[in-house]
Design a protein around this ligand. Structure first.
Ligand code: GRF
Length: 191
């Protein structure tokens, strides 16, 4: 199974997915990184792993449809069947949603539907909730609104700072994302 990761930032989840794929922990090859920021750290991570990258600057295109058509082309050239969003800071539009129906998933650092959007960790910390977590969900046309696939809860203790909470969340993300990908892909192979 061929897959692409879309990311805009550091790429620690990209790394976790690629490592799981290399170790045979998930039955897919990550063939492409799509990135909308030319200076994102994740690009160097893909280059080190010899994974193709499609790096673009949205403002160089005539709108979302135009850059998504280019992304679709890049995916089709490589036979991409699944898309894993990992810190990709843009909503996915119909140009990609339709061909990849139920094949685009996202990881979000809160227990959705709580704290959608940007800085979910900061939002949870400021609200002083005692439990937050990580959600993996299918993508639809909303912001972090698609059907939930899996969640894992994390306690916020009195000792936590935003930084320690972030570390806890990342640790959960890096094990949960490969696990969920594994079960979705195995399910697909069975059917
Ligand atoms: C993760 O916390 C993910 O849940 C969110 O963006 C962050 C990406 O981190 N969607 P990284 O670039 O994978 O390190």
């Amino acid at each position: 199974i061929k897959a692409a990761v879309f990311a805009s930032g550091t790429g620690s989840n990209f790394d976790a997915i690629v490592k799981a794929s290399e170790a045979g922990g998930i039955p897919c090859d990550i063939q492409l990184l799509v990135c909308d920021r030319k200076d994102a750290v994740v690009i160097t991570k893909a280059e080190q792993k010899n994974i193709d990258t499609f790096v673009f600057s949205p403002k160089e295109f005539d709108g979302k449809d135009a850059y998504e058509r280019q992304i679709l082309l890049e995916c089709r050239e490589r036979g991409i069947e699944w898309v894993f969003l990992a810190g990709y800071m843009r909503l996915i539009g119909p140009v990609l949603l339709e061909p990849f129906k139920n094949r685009i998933i996202n990881i979000h650092p809160s227990l959705l539907p709580a704290f959608p959007g940007k800085d979910a960790i900061g939002q949870a910390f400021e609200k002083q909730v005692k439990v937050t977590g990580v959600t993996i969900h299918y993508i639809d046309d909303g912001m972090d609104t698609g059907p939930i696939i899996e969640q894992e809860a994390i306690r916020i203790t009195a000792k936590d700072t935003k930084e320690t909470l972030q570390q806890k969340i990342q640790a959960v993300e890096h094990s949960l994302y490969p696990k969920v990908i594994q079960s979705l892909l195995v399910e697909e192979e069975v059917h």
